[in-house]
Design a protein around this ligand. Structure first.
Ligand code: VG1
Ligand code: CO
Length: 543
């Protein structure tokens, strides 16, 4: 066996963000850049000798090259086996499923999720622990510290391994097993949802349209919807994963999933539409001419959860990220469940799920999931909705309106100012950090400030503290304005403004959220001077 120890020098920009390390492809192509980070991951781990690592990615440009490096480094560092998805493909939830099912030591997922791909696009890498979930902050901190002092990495000198044929090959002392990327995941879905009822729904004429945005869910969606559930061929559109996502932006929102929006808001629209993101962990749910906000989706899944076989005995609790609307809190209150508020990023849900405190989790950014894996899961949410529609025999819009009638409606919107200059964006946040605690009691139009702070979270299981997780302004009627800087972008800064208000009166529900939230939008600009500081007259993306 020919193991090389290669001398290297640290890079100073390898701090993992909300979801792993994300950089331009050209940065990852720098000599030793990927290798350093992978070695830092391995150096942060104890006791993996001879054990199994799961590896796969969203199929974007550089996925295959990166996997070859990781395989040779895993072999040189002493792993016993790597399970890799066929063609190097694994959606993020499928990777989580495989780590758990085969009790792997952990996994490496190659994805920059919703960020564009291709030679000039983005690439990303993250480590998931043995529970199948994103590494918690103490692990990502250890990895980051490792990248600052690294002096050498270990790699096996060997030929590339074929990733296209199922089965096992040897790489030094390590076994590489190429596994079916879809089968284990699809079986897990069949165990949670009533596939017979969904099949009958589709057979009965309910039309669905699933847009995979040329990203990783294509093969999963085709197998599940078209093969297993009998939906007609063509139900999955943009279903072939491409290295550059066809030049698109694999972000399932009303702006970037424009093909789907055209279909669902066009003439003769299908009954149900959905899209998922680059790595398959997020989802957008649409009805005929109808958009379900992700915060509402979490609340509606929770309220109807017992209709799905996997959740028929009820939920342990619900968790949502801080900027996610409080719609889920209302359901939790009514069902007598605990509800947790965490910082943005799925890694904060892991401890709560492992301790069986929560079953469902969700984020406003089109991410929903449950304890079936330890990642958010796009197709899972789609199947959950179809299961509920089949059980209730109602349309998406009917289900949503009935929900608002019962629980009230949390009007919600997120405004993203993408790729603004970093310095003024940081300044804007600094200004707010000082200003908002002084606003208590202050009147803005019809709103009175109840509190202003920078969200800090203490994990209820391990007591770890995460500070500076977003500026909040809460009003006495429960409305909220939140400001955060994105931790997933790779150019400049992205400012996210989150707005929420509550409407209990059925006559005022279902209106345009931008109109219902207009006063809060104005107050947000008055307080943060967004236009002045960013030089932008309007957001890049409104959802
Ligand atoms: C965004 C979302 C966050 C999500 C994260 C990773 O983070 O807001 O809710 O968990 O992406 O999702 P940020 O820091 O840019 O706001 V994914 O699909 O990229 O794993
Ligand atoms: Co994603």
């Amino acid at each position: 066996m020919n193991i090389h120890t290669v001398a290297t020098q640290p890079f100073d920009d390898q701090k993992p963000g909300t979801s792993g390390l994300r950089k331009k492809v050209t940065v990852f192509q720098k000599r030793n850049y990927l290798e350093n980070f992978v070695q830092a991951i391995f150096d942060s781990l104890d006791g993996f000798e001879g054990s199994t690592l799961v590896v796969g990615g969203d199929g974007r440009f550089y996925n295959r090259q990166a996997i070859q490096v990781i395989l040779k480094m895993a072999a040189a560092n002493g792993f016993g086996k790597v399970m890799v998805g066929q063609g190097g493909i694994l959606s993020t939830p499928a990777a989580s499923c495989i780590i758990r099912k085969y009790k792997a030591f952990g996994g490496i997922i190659l994805s920059a999720s919703h960020n564009p791909g291709g030679p000039d696009g983005d690439f990303g890498i993250k480590y998931n622990t043995g529970n199948g979930g994103p590494a918690p902050e103490k692990v990502t901190d250890a990895i980051f510290n490792g990248t600052k002092t690294i002096e050498a990495y270990k790699i096996l000198e060997a030929n590339d391994v074929s990733l296209d044929d199922l089965g096992e090959t040897q790489l030094g002392d390590m076994t590489v097993q190429v596994v079916d990327a879809v089968a284990d995941y699809a079986e897990l879905m069949e165990s949670l949802f009533d596939f017979d009822a969904i099949r009958a729904l589709i057979k009965g004429g309910t039309r669905i349209c699933m847009d995979s945005l040329h990203a990783v869910t294509g093969p999963y969606a085709k197998d599940i919807f078209e093969n297993r559930l009998g939906a007609p061929a063509g139900t999955v559109q943009n279903g072939v994963p491409l290295e550059d996502f066809g030049g698109g932006h694999p972000d399932p929102n009303l702006v970037y999933a424009h093909d789907l929006v055209k279909v669902m808001f066009g003439e003769n629209a299908p009954d149900f539409g959905a899209a998922s993101d680059g790595d398959g962990d997020r989802n957008m749910i649409l009805g005929k001419n109808f958009f379900v906000t992700p915060s509402d989706s979490l609340a509606m899944l929770a309220a109807n959860a017992t209709l799905a076989p996997g959740y028929k005995s009820g939920l342990a609790g619900i968790a949502r990220s801080m900027p996610t609307s409080a719609a889920a809190d209302r359901v939790a209150a009514k069902l007598g469940l605990d509800c947790y508020e965490t910082p943005t990023g799925w890694k904060f849900f892991g401890n709560l799920m492992d301790a069986d405190k929560v079953t469902l989790c969700g984020e406003e950014s089109f991410g929903t999931g449950s304890n079936h894996v330890r990642e958010k899961d796009g197709l899972w949410a789609v199947l959950f909705w179809l299961n509920i529609m089949a059980a209730r025999k109602e349309s998406v819009e009917d289900i949503a309106r009935a929900h608002w009638k019962e629980y009230g409606q949390n009007y919600y919107s997120r405004h993203d100012y993408e790729e603004v200059a970093s310095e003024p964006a940081n300044q804007l946040m600094e200004n707010l950090r000082e200003l908002v605690p002084t606003l208590k009691g202050k009147q803005f139009g019809s709103y009175t400030v109840e509190y202003g702070d920078d969200f800090s979270y203490t994990d209820p299981i391990d007591s770890s503290v995460s500070n500076k997780q977003g500026i909040r302004i809460g009003f006495t009627d429960g409305s909220r304005i939140i400001f955060r800087l994105s931790g997933t972008g790779t150019a400049g800064a992205t400012l996210r403004l989150y707005l929420e208000s509550f409407e209990g009166d059925v006559a005022n529900q279902g209106k345009d959220p931008q109109e219902s939230l207009a006063e809060l939008i104005r107050i947000a600009d008055e307080v943060a001077k967004i236009k002045e500081m960013t030089g932008r007259s309007e957001p890049t993306v409104i959802t």
